[in-house]
Design a protein around this ligand. Structure first.
Ligand code: NAD
Ligand code: TYD
Length: 339
């Protein structure tokens, strides 16, 4: 992999992937990111100093702009992380989810066809499989579980996955897809459960738990996800889908309690709020295919990863404060005005 073009490389997972490439491979890394609300520009400050890293502020929906970058850079591999990624935002305002997540993916794949690449990798989510019942712990998502989406977000991601497979079958574009469970770790924007609760708890503010807090998510440390994508790129088979997850299911309320305990804050900060519309009950990945075919396995246990994560937020309050300051309107819309 000489030249890897990463989209969304200023976001939570894309940035971790760029860091991994720069640290453990000798590839050139080209980051194409629009720097939406979800990207704090200081996230990429260190990478910008690296001579093997180039940054373009561009919208993946802008065909002319994206084709120009391909013309200049001629990437060997493209990894598409760029997306609108927050379910609650997709419920209140779906439009940008459909344009970025579906049409943006199309633009990137058209550029890949035009200029030729060794691989186009689509970063997908387990949310495309819908949800599992809470009382059937024996059930897991496999790569052949039917797509059955709930939110505008998951529907846009499922659409992008289908389009990616259509470009493989119809045009022979060498694609792969990974579908990962919920990520946590440093640099996650404080609108998602774990960083939001850390941020609130550190400021002694109420922690807004949707419904009864019994919904279950399957948590994976962000670097384990990125190593999984690297394994798909280096050992995966074109045209295939790989599920990535670490069998680490937890109810939301238990996550919140772990965070409060770690920060030495009282459980009286927990506030139950109106549930999310269409709230998926349980996600649980079966990662057997990636483990068997790619030799991939997560290495960070949740009990260690959550301490690393909380510690990172404690040490990076300026980064967190910048995100919170730029996110005030959203916090009012989704929490104060919640219905
Ligand atoms: P994020 O919201 O933190 O980052 C998304 C990045 O994409 C941001 O830097 C943003 O500026 C950029 N972006 C958004 N729209 C763009 C556009 N039109 N053009 C160019 N750049 C644009 O998201 P994340 O959590 O890092 O997720 C990355 C990918 O991983 C997404 O595709 C998401 O669906 C997928 N995923 C996320 C999780 C998770 O738990 N966060 C789990 C599985 C899969
Ligand atoms: P989130 O981090 O938004 O990820 P996703 O919806 O993609 O799984 O939410 C994780 C879980 O936490 C989900 O069940 C919704 C719940 N949640 C809350 O209870 N309160 C909150 O303020 C947020 C953001 C999420």
């Amino acid at each position: 992999m000489k030249k890897v073009l990463v989209t969304g490389g200023a976001g939570f997972i894309g940035n971790c992937f760029c860091k991994l490439l720069l640290k453990e491979r000798d590839s050139m890394v080209i980051n194409v990111d629009l720097l939406t609300y979800a990207a704090n520009p200081s996230t990429i400050a260190d990478e910008l100093k690296n001579p093997r890293y180039v940054f373009y502020k561009e919208d993946i929906r802008n065909r002319a702009g994206i084709f120009k970058i391909f013309e200049i850079e001629r990437p060997d591999v493209v990894v598409n992380f760029a997306a609108e990624s927050h379910v609650d935002r997709s419920i209140l305002d779906p439009e940008s989810f459909l344009t970025t997540n579906i049409l943006g993916t199309q633009v990137l794949m058209d550029a890949c066809r035009q200029y030729g690449v060794e691989r186009f990798h689509q970063v997908g989510t387990d949310e495309v499989y819908g949800d599992l019942p809470l009382d059937r712990p024996d059930l897991f998502f496999t790569e052949t579980t039917p797509l059955h989406t709930s939110s505008p977000y998951s529907t846009s991601k499922a659409s992008a996955d289908l389009l990616t497979l259509a470009y493989y079958r119809t045009y022979g574009l060498p694609v792969t897809i990974s579908r990962c469970s919920n990520n946590y770790g440093p640099y996650q924007f404080p609108e998602k459960l774990i960083p939001l609760m850390i941020s609130k708890a550190m400021n002694d503010e109420p922690l807004p738990v949707y419904g009864k807090g019994l919904n279950v998510r399957d948590w994976l440390y962000v670097e384990d996800h990125c190593r999984g994508i690297l394994a798909v790129l280096e050992k995966g088979k074109v045209g295939e889908v790989y599920n990535l997850g670490g069998h680490n299911e937890k109810a939301n309320i238990d996550i919140v309690k772990i965070i409060l305990k770690e920060l030495n804050k009282p459980e009286s900060l927990i506030t139950y709020v109106v549930d999310r519309h269409g709230h998926d009950l349980r996600y649980a990945i079966d990662p057997a295919k990636a483990m068997r075919d790619l030799g991939w396995a997560p290495t960070t246990m949740f009990k260690d990863g959550i301490v690393l994560t909380i510690d990172w937020y404690k040490r990076n309050t300026p980064w967190l404060d910048e995100c919170v300051a730029s996110n005030k309107a959203w916090l009012k819309k989704n929490y104060t005005d919640r219905k």
